[in-house]
Design a protein around this ligand. Sequence first.
Ligand code: ADP
Ligand code: MG
Length: 362
Amino acid sequence: MARIELNEIAHSYIPNPKGDEDYALKRIHNIWDDGGAYALLGPSGCGKTTLLNIISGLLRPSQGRILFDGKDVTELPPEKRNIAQVFQFPVLYDTMTVYDNLAFPLRNRKVAASEVDKRVREIADMLELTPFLKKKASGLAADAKQKISLGRGLVRSDVAAILFDEPLTVIDPHLKWQLRRKLKEIHDRFHLTLIYVTHDQVEAMTFADQVMVMYEGELVQIGTPQELFEEPAHTFVGYFIGSPGMNLMPITAEGNQAVVNGSGILLDDKCAELARKAEGKKLELGIRPMYLQVKDAGESGGIAAKVTDVEDQGNCRIVTVMLGEKTLRARVPEGEFIPAGECSLFFPRDKIRIFADGRLIT
Ligand code: ADP
Ligand code: MG
C-alpha cells in the first residue's frame, strides 16, 4: 500500500490550453494517506475519471508530479505502478471461466499456483461468486460480471491502491447496498488505500471516512460526511450535499445584518464583521433546510414569506417557501405545525453560513 501525493496536477485534453476553461483538472494538490478509504464525489464531467487515470498512469498529466511513498512515478506506465483499477463497466475475458478471470492478475505476476488458488477462493467467497467459479463469464448477468471485475481489482495483495470508477453503475439497487458494505468490510480487514469515485452522495457518505468533493476540475473540499454537511467550504458543496441541498441566497452586509429582499437577517458579530470585510465580493447566505424555521405569520422577529408547497416524505415534510422571488426549502419534522400561505421565517444565527465568491468565510 502507499501514500499517494498529487503535486500541483493540472490536465488539459487540448494541445495548447489557454484559460482555466481549457483544463479538465485545474489544480489538484493533495495527499491520500496510506490505508485510507476515500470517496471522490462530484457531478458528471467534473474530472473524476481524468484524475483516476492520472493516478493509475493511463493518462499523463499536462502539469505536475505524482508520488507514491515519496517516489516520483509520473513517467511510469500503469503496469509499473502497482495500481488496481475497476471501471464503470465490466472488463473481463468472456471466454474464460470466472476462476480464470479472477486468477489472471495473479498469474500475470507469476504468483505461485497454490497462492493463486487461495486468493481466488477467498475473493470468490467474499463476493459470493463461489458457485460460478467453473462457469464461463460470457453466460453471466451484468451484475455478476461486474462482481468479477471487482474481484479482479481486489485479488492482488501487493497493490499500492485500488481505484474504483463508479463501479456499481450496472448493479441492481438492492445488490448495490450489499456490495458497498462488502467493499467497506474488505477495507477494514486489509487496510487498503481505496479511492472510490461516485456521483452519488449517499454512496460516498456510506463508503468513505473522507469524502473529496470535486467541482469543475477542482477538489473544493475534503472532509468527513459530517464536516461537509455542517461546514461546506464552498456553495457547491452546500448545494450538492444534503437532500434538499443548502438554501443559498444573495445578500448584502449592512451593520450586523444580512439584507435579503429588503429584510434584515441578524448575524452573529463575528460573521457580520467578516461579511462586511468581504465587500466587493459576491455574498451569499446559506442555511440547511433542517435549520430554517417556518412559523406563523403572526410571530414577530421573523421575515415575511409565503408557503407555496408541502411535500410529505414520511418522517418529515419538505416545505417550499417564497421569500420574494427566491425559493427556499425547509425540512420540518413530522407532527410540527406548518402555516399555510403567509408565514414568518426564522434563521437561527448559529446555523447561518456566509459565502464570498462561493467560498465559506470563517
Ligand atoms: P467525470 O469522470 O467526472 O464525469 P471526466 O474526467 O470524464 O469527468 O471528464 C472531465 C472533462 O474532460 C469533461 O469536460 C470531458 O468532456 C473532458 N474529457 C474527458 N475525457 C476526454 C478526452 N479523452 N478527450 C477530450 N476531453 C475529454
Ligand atoms: Mg467518469
